[in-house]
Ligand binder design. Structure first.
Ligand SMILES: NC(=O)c1ccc[n+]([C@@H]2O[C@H](COP(=O)([O-])OP(=O)(O)OC[C@H]3O[C@@H](n4cnc5c(N)ncnc54)[C@H](O)[C@@H]3O)[C@@H](O)[C@H]2O)c1
Length: 258
């Protein structure tokens, strides 16, 4: 029997990058995957690719920074599959900005997506799990930026720090319902998010010289999306049955040093 046979998994932002790698892995392991994302074209393409793997995939157009959208998405997931076993809070946005010139509007947009979006998804999914007596798992995709400061991204660093605390707090309150909550904290992973202001940061001299050449990343390379997806699936699986409220770095050793 496959690890996630007959289980339903929601992946927010699951049409691209780490989210899509995670959706593919869950589908290959027998899960019914529901992708919640903003971009209908990406969603349709992701579902077509998942269908080849199996598991009746569904895309629900959702802006997770909108509470009504989140509610509708979760109702649609329950209607499609009957229950929800796993939620992966993966959707996020990133841009570079100088703190002194940050705008309230953009700061709020980042918090509405990373913090409030994960809060709404977790709350409504946890209630659905409890209503169906499902002992499920929630995995929050954070970042090493949640506990290390990166220049020009206070909004993102602060939001990921809040997400880590949401992981701990929800792990504490939901344990009594048999729901486990954990997180992963990726370092540099090659995805769309590596392209900042039109430049792929992994192709820049500063990345190649400092992070790779000088082994600031001890493994001297960026990570692959599948290396993050594997840890997400592990945390969502029964093999992680006694792990509660922790966030695992997946960063080639980057956050162990300074
Ligand atoms: N790539 C990296 O180096 C890296 C490092 C650390 C953490 N992460 C985290 O990994 C996760 C996935 O990022 P990625 O690198 O795969 O990038 P990505 O841009 O491919 O994935 C983010 C996804 O979230 C979706 N999204 C954004 N805002 C949304 C909203 N309001 N509603 C619904 N969907 C929304 C995007 O459309 C996209 O599909 C994010 O949480 C990110 O912070 C990535």
């Amino acid at each position: 029997m496959k690890r996630f046979e007959d289980r339903t998994v929601i992946v927010t932002g699951g049409a691209t990058g780490i989210g899509f790698a995670t959706a593919k892995l869950f589908a290959a392991e027998g899960a019914r995957v529901v992708i919640a994302g903003r971009n209908a074209a990406n969603g349709a393409q992701a579902v077509e690719r998942l269908k080849k793997i199996g598991g009746r995939p569904l895309f629900v157009r959702t802006d997770i920074s909108n509470e009504d959208d989140v509610r509708r998405m979760i109702d649609a997931a329950v209607a499609h599959t009957g229950r929800i076993d796993v939620l992966v809070n993966n959707a996020a946005m990133f841009y570079e900005s100088d703190f002194l010139n940050e705008t309230t509007e953009r700061w709020r947009a980042v918090f509405d997506t990373i913090v409030n979006g994960s809060y709404w998804c977790s709350k409504y999914v946890a209630n659905a799990m409890i209503a169906s007596s499902t002992h499920g798992a929630i995995v929050n995709v954070s970042s090493i930026n949640g506990y290390r400061a990166l220049n020009q991204s206070s909004h993102y660093n602060a939001a990921k720090g809040a997400l880590d605390q949401l992981t701990r707090c929800t792990a504490l309150e939901l344990a009594m319902h048999g729901i486990r909550v954990n997180g992963v904290a990726p370092g540099f992973i090659e995805t769309e998010l590596s392209v900042v202001g039109g430049v792929n940061e992994l192709e820049t001299d500063w990345f190649k010289n400092y992070y790779v050449g000088m082994r600031k990343i001890p493994q001297a390379r960026a990570g692959h999306v599948d290396e993050v997806a594997e840890v997400i699936a592990f945390l969502a699986s029964d093999a992680a049955s006694y792990i509660q409220g922790t966030t695992i770095p997946v960063d080639g050793g980057l956050s162990t040093t300074f």
